[in-house]
Write a protein that binds this ligand. Structure first.
Ligand SMILES: [Fe+2]
Length: 386
């Protein structure tokens, strides 16, 4: 029997109007002064007001740090940490997509610890000496799953690289999944982030550390994403579908403690090198990456194909597994997704360097079919030739 690992931590509060629970959360952590980490788009959409009015009602002091940009930089995080220290905040609320949620975790670390931020990035699990303040996350997109993960991507500008901070102590203590917080998301962003969630579940399902725990969660997350992606894209105000996508997104990242795979290796490499949006890069790399894995985990690939609606009765195992590709293509066809890697900025001359970076990606070791530099070169070339 294979050994495996699985870990869960975050309390999940789900439901329409659950944002009203923020004051209870602050009280549970005896917090009188809290920091709110977000971006200007979330402020202007009125979502931060929905949070602060409940804090006002409970006489809890707060300060809003709304300077988070896409792919938050080290300098922005350090500025946020200074604001947090000055305000003596003992709890962090974060409301937004993956960037504010990741930044909030990193800000909590840097407010409690001295030294250059680089020493805490890509240097193991909980490498900081002082525990950071707890983080409560309120996602406004259904995709990254950052609200239940212990990872925070930091853009180290001087080194031109994006590196994960990772720790159990930065995994949010609570995730408030309120579907009303996601209804304003534009259709393309809804689709791309939702496809990222579907991919987390799919790659976790076949990843090399998968187990009965992660499989059960991954299967349900795939089903929820498959059944609700088109609904939220075409009917943005459908709260039930929005809620289902939020659940799928959180579940998918919980399952991803089993690891991810080649689609993320490709997409993160391209995203880092050319600054392409993560969800769009995932959507573009999804089919080529799964095609690479067709020869392995065939029973699971067949199961995903069935969840996507394929009737595999009468097919051999190999045919059933392969049928996941047209099923996936069919699912993705409805959305505005470019066909080739060139649309993400990829250039032929960069491929050897990209393959080198992809080999070092944290998702590469857990892909179910082994990868080497040669395999990545072929994948990038095929992605360009579409
Ligand atoms: Fe992702």
């Amino acid at each position: 029997m294979n050994s495996f690992r699985f870990q869960a931590k975050t309390k999940i509060l789900f439901g329409t109007g659950e944002i009203s629970k923020v004051a209870e959360e602050a009280k549970a952590y005896q917090a009188r002064d809290v920091l709110i980490v977000t971006d200007k788009g979330i402020v202007s959409a009125g979502l931060v007001d929905q949070l602060t009015r409940h804090l006002d009602d409970a006489n809890i002091n707060y300060i809003v740090f709304d300077e988070i940009e896409p792919n938050p930089t080290d300098s922005t995080i350090l500025r946020g940490a200074e604001v947090m220290k000055a305000a003596q905040s003992t709890l962090v609320f974060t409301i937004g997509g993956g960037s504010p949620m990741d930044a909030a975790k990193a800000i909590a670390v840097m407010a409690a610890n001295d030294g250059p931020i680089e020493q805490y990035c890509g240097t193991g699990i909980d490498p900081w000496p002082n525990p950071p303040a707890p983080v409560v996350a309120i996602p406004t997109t259904a995709g990254t799953g950052s609200e239940v993960s212990g990872a925070a991507m930091v853009n180290l500008v001087a080194q031109s690289r994006k590196v994960d901070m990772f720790g159990r102590t930065i995994q949010p203590v609570t995730a408030i999944l309120d579907p009303e917080m996601t209804v304003g998301l534009p259709p393309n962003l809804t689709a791309w982030t939702g496809i990222d969630a579907l991919n987390h579940a799919f790659e976790a399902y076949i990843a090399s550390y998968s187990s009965v725990f992660s499989d059960m969660i991954a299967e349900k997350a795939i089903e929820l994403a498959v059944n609700n992606l088109h609904r939220v894209y075409h009917h943005p105000n459908d709260l039930e579908a929005r809620g289902n996508m939020l659940i799928a997104s959180s579940m998918a990242v919980m399952a991803a403690s089993a690891g991810l795979g080649v689609v993320h290796s490709l997409a993160q490499t391209i995203g880092g090198y050319y600054n392409a949006p993560h969800g769009l890069a995932i959507a573009t790399c999804f089919v080529p990456g799964i095609e690479y894995n067709l020869g392995v985990e065939q029973e699971k690939l067949a199961r995903v194909s069935q969840i996507m609606g394929t009737d595999t009765s009468g097919m051999s195992l190999d045919e059933s597994a392969r049928s996941v590709i047209p099923a996936l293509q069919n699912l993705l066809d409805d959305f505005d997704i470019p066909q080739g890697f060139d649309a993400l900025g990829v250039r032929e001359k960069d491929i050897p360097k990209l393959a080198e970076i992809a080999m070092l990606d944290g998702c590469t070791p857990t892909n179910p079919r082994p990868l080497d530099e040669h395999a990545f070169i072929e994948l990038f070339q095929q992605g360009l030739a579409v």
